[in-house]
Design a protein around this ligand. Structure first.
Ligand code: SF4
Ligand code: SF4
Length: 402
């Protein structure tokens, strides 16, 4: 007797296929199911067949099957799959297009819905009061100029973004950045309460409409002021300002803060700090999506006392923290689908490198990794620090206060 073969009835929804082509192009039609993407996906160990299965379902217009499969919402759009796809399929773009196409009909997790609603109502996904956006500046120990009160052009408009504005650990990083900019004598300012979320992660999670509405508001606000460049600590905001805003008619010179500071390394009077072994986590949206691997490493290597070591996955091969593509707000749904969070896997890798410090430069990462350090019982063995905190420590060490 031969083995019984399950017959799957395919009912291609060609309208759905065309919708995906309109949103993300037709590269998904080139997929020949080699499976490379599923092997290099950070969720490979979970055997979810992500994203090979989604590409097949997209080709066949299997809209209702895709809507019914929660795996659609697990992808972090980290881009490691697309990097190695032999058919150059825009996998994160296709997954985002599917999310956009089914968002209203399929429903989303309550956590994601709350993040979207908070962004609309309060201008940030955390749900913090908009009027408190610049409260972090009160503890910065230096003056933090606000564009609207400065009433003149500036060199740098520092786009603080939401996690550095509102999250307790992010605020500490923002304060360190303010001190560093003042030490450098940079002519800078922030938007203060006029700033709203750039919402690139909401876009990657499927809310392109929300992204465009926020972009229109942000472009109008930025249009009121004259500045030479935007600098931001958030790789997701950096990605949108660099690659998506020009398509909406707004082009600005923009740098991630590590790029801005790496260009000024010779002007930073760095002092020795206690010797420690540090490893660095490449943010997907700074590294893979925008090709910047060196600036953060140059900053770390310049701090006397820091010895840099690499994890098994680094640079283009870096392992996602789990925060992108809406993952930072979708932890409940992801936990139902996977055995181990990506941040936990990454922390295990950092511990295996023997590093004492896990250095980061994306605002999502500090809290994700600090939680993972606790979950893995590594408190006291590994600490998580934003690069700006390490720079600030070095600048303050043995130097007069700013
Ligand atoms: S790597 Fe590319 S061609 Fe191979 S299965 Fe994945 S999407 Fe298809
Ligand atoms: S973008 Fe990242 S998480 Fe999403 S399918 Fe590709 S490798 Fe997996």
């Amino acid at each position: 007797m031969g083995e019984e073969v399950a017959v799957v009835e395919l009912t291609p929804d060609l309208g759905f296929v065309n919708q995906l082509v309109e949103r993300a192009g037709d590269s998904f039609k080139r997929c020949y199911q080699c499976g490379t993407c599923s092997v290099v996906c950070p969720f490979a160990a979970e055997d979810l067949q992500l994203p090979r299965k989604q590409m097949l379902m997209a080709q066949w217009g299997m809209k209702s099957e895709m809507m019914a499969d929660p795996i659609l919402w697990v992808c972090t759009t980290c881009g490691n799959c697309a990097r190695l796809c032999p058919r150059e399929v825009d996998i994160p773009g296709t997954i985002t297009a599917v999310r956009e196409a089914v968002l209203v009909e399929s429903g989303i997790s309550p956590e994601l819905a709350t993040a979207f609603e908070n962004t609309v109502v309060r201008g940030n996904p955390l749900g913090s009061p908009a009027r408190r956006r610049a409260d972090w500046a009160k503890q910065a120990q230096v003056e933090v100029p606000i564009m609207s009160t400065l009433d003149r052009p500036t060199d740098v408009l520092f786009y603080v973004e939401c996690y550095w504005s509102f999250h307790e650990r992010g605020q500490q990083a923002a304060q360190a950045m303010a001190r560093t900019l003042n030490r450098l004598g940079v002519d800078w300012a922030i938007l203060g309460t006029e700033e709203r979320c750039i919402a690139d992660s909401q876009r990657a999670a499927g809310e392109s409409g929300l992204f465009e509405e926020e972009a229109a508001k942000n472009i109008a606000t930025l249009g009121k002021y004259t500045f030479s460049r935007l600098v931001t600590p958030d790789p997701h905001a950096f990605n949108a300002l660099k690659n998506r805003y020009p398509k909406l008619g707004a082009t600005y010179p923009v740098q991630h803060y590590t790029q801005f500071l790496a260009e000024r390394l010779s002007e930073l009077p760095l002092n020795p700090i206690p010797e420690r072994l540090v490893t660095f986590h490449d943010p997907c949206y700074l590294g893979r999506h925008n090709g910047e691997y060196e600036a953060p490493r140059r900053l770390l290597e310049a701090i006397p006392g820091i010895h840099l070591t690499e994890m098994a996955h680094c640079r283009a091969d870096g392992f996602c923290c789990g925060g992108g593509g809406g993952g930072v707000w979708n932890s409940g749904l992801v936990a139902e689908q996977v055995d181990e969070r990506l941040a936990v896997r990454r922390v295990r890798e950092a511990v295996a490198s023997h590093a004492e410090v896990l250095a980061v430069c994306c605002p999502f990462e500090v809290s994700l990794f600090e939680d993972a350090v606790k979950l893995t019982g590594n408190e006291g063995h590994l600490v998580v620090r934003d690069i700006i905190e390490l720079l600030d420590e070095s600048l303050a060490s043995g130097a007069a206060q700013p």
